[in-house]
Design a protein around this ligand. Structure first.
Ligand code: F0G
Length: 458
């Protein structure tokens, strides 16, 4: 018999989690104004809110924590992180930041000005936020296939080269500071970008003399998909693929809370010394001195180790195949998801799940609340609440897709937990026709409202 698939690690430390009753959950979510971010973690049984900063560090990462160098300037931990970034991503220059959005804030302070246009593949919300906050515009050039959740396409994160060239050729050249490639593309469902597509984007960037920036949060999962799905790369190691991916870029912003498997941290990688010098000024202002930038020495050590572990095939296989397993179990129940399964999460297609709910009533949020009440499982809305209002008209922006994202933390839950989640959502699916009402907004912030929004049941 062929040996079954099994996790590439064993568990050395555990944290108890607790179940609750439906009555308790109904009360708690009401008190939380139907915003899943407002729940206490103790009120959640299985937490799939995010895979960001929620992973389990390895024994080697924890031992690195013990030998961190907490010197303000020139710490050995800084050099360890610098070495790992050079070796694994290939960037000569780097600045540590406390997380990914901080890296965006620092880099965009140098590069983005009012009136600019930044084309890319479904920019993540903080990325778009940092662009729009500077009165610039993010233009989505993701391939159309990404918006049909039923379609099986190996690289739904790809940029549409025609859309991209149209943006590049029809705007004044000084208005486009760079092209951004997000790997994997979180907003389209944790979908990968092919190496071929990245190389084509580089060619276009060269033709129009533009910089390419990679939003690298889940670069290693992206490399895993490239190895599995791109014929030309099947015999390359993950680390070789990673180097080739980053060779297409001039700079990168990284949320290390994902594929570097740390609880906090980020960085900017750069090739150009002049850009590094300019960004250093903002880093010192917003984050900290250039050799720690918002991170402790111990965290820089764990990050360096995490970059190495996070780019090992065995780890990635365990990780991505667990996500695929949840996808398969949901599919068994007939639950509509973004196909194929993503790298870090399953994106449930809420519009197809609850076809009778009007978009004005926040479909994916309604589904998220129902899943929480059903079983204490917390996902997150990737839909109208997250899309924010149009900065000019202030009208709701209704995205083409309404998702409930079930993001799986790295090395944290077992496949039994995945089974529990699948059955919970299966139960909601069975009673989907009884879900007839959604929510209306009581309070919302002017930007990034989904974090703090307060809702009322209709
Ligand atoms: N880019 C991408 C693609 C992301 O997914 C995130 C964060 C960021 C940038 C910002 O990084 O959180 O370290 O400041 N995504 C988290 C999520 C929050 O749940 O998907 P950060």
């Amino acid at each position: 018999m062929e040996l079954p698939f099994a996790e590439s690690y064993k568990i050395k430390m555990v944290e108890p989690i607790h179940r609750s009753t439906r009555e308790q959950r109904e009360q708690w979510i009401k008190e939380a104004h139907y915003n899943l971010f407002n729940l206490k973690s103790s009120q959640v049984f299985i937490d799939l809110l995010t895979d960001s900063g929620t992973g389990a560090m390895s024994d080697k990462q924890w031992s690195e924590m013990m030998i961190g160098d907490e010197s303000y300037a020139g710490a050995s931990s800084y050099f360890k992180m610098k070495g790992a970034i050079k070796k694994i991503l290939g960037f000569e220059y780097f600045l540590p930041t406390h997380q990914g959005r901080a890296a965006e804030n620092v880099l965009f302070s140098v590069l983005v000005k009012e009136g600019d246009i930044v084309p890319g593949n479904s920019h993540f919300d903080t990325t778009k936020g940092h662009i729009e906050y500077r009165k610039a515009k993010a233009v989505d050039c993701t391939i159309d296939e990404a918006f049909d959740t039923t379609l099986l396409h190996p690289f739904k994160g790809n940029l549409d080269l025609n859309k991209l060239e149209k943006v590049l050729s029809s705007n004044p050249t000084d208005k486009i500071p760079f092209i951004i490639i997000t790997v994997t593309c979180n907003s389209s469902g944790g979908q990968p970008v092919s190496l071929e597509n990245m190389k084509e984007v580089r060619k276009l960037a060269d033709k129009y003399n533009k910089m390419v920036v990679i939003d690298a949060a889940r670069f290693a999962e992206n490399a895993y998909f490239i190895k599995k799905r791109e014929k030309a790369c099947e015999n390359m190691s993950i680390k070789q693929i990673v180097l080739e991916m980053f060779a297409t870029a001039d700079a990168t912003t990284m949320s290390s809370k994902k594929d570097a498997i740390v609880n906090m941290g980020g960085f900017i990688g750069m090739r150009d010394e002049d850009l590094f010098r300019k960004a250093s000024v903002f880093n010192i202002m917003f984050e900290g001195f250039i050799t720690y930038g918002g991170m402790s020495g111990r965290d820089m050590n764990a990050l360096a180790q995490g970059l190495d572990e996070g780019t090992e095939f065995d780890f990635l296989e365990t990780r991505v195949e667990q996500v695929a397993y949840l996808g398969k179990r949901l599919r068994d129940f007939g639950i509509p998801i973004q196909e194929p399964a993503g790298g870090h999460a399953i994106f449930v297609d809420a519009k197809r799940f609850l076809p009778n709910l009007p978009k004005e009533e926040f479909i994916a949020q309604t589904l998220g609340v129902e899943l929480y009440i059903e079983a204490g499982v917390r996902g997150v809305e990737i839909g109208t609440l997250l899309a924010d209002r149009d900065p000019n008209t202030r009208l709701n922006r209704y995205p083409e897709l309404e998702f409930l994202r079930l993001a799986i933390p790295r090395r944290v839950y077992t496949n039994n937990h995945m089974e529990y989640v699948a059955i919970a959502l299966g139960n909601v699916f069975e009673r989907r026709n009884e879900i007839k009402k959604g929510f209306k907004i009581l309070y919302e912030a002017p930007i990034m409202r989904h974090f703090t929004v307060e809702l009322e049941k209709l």
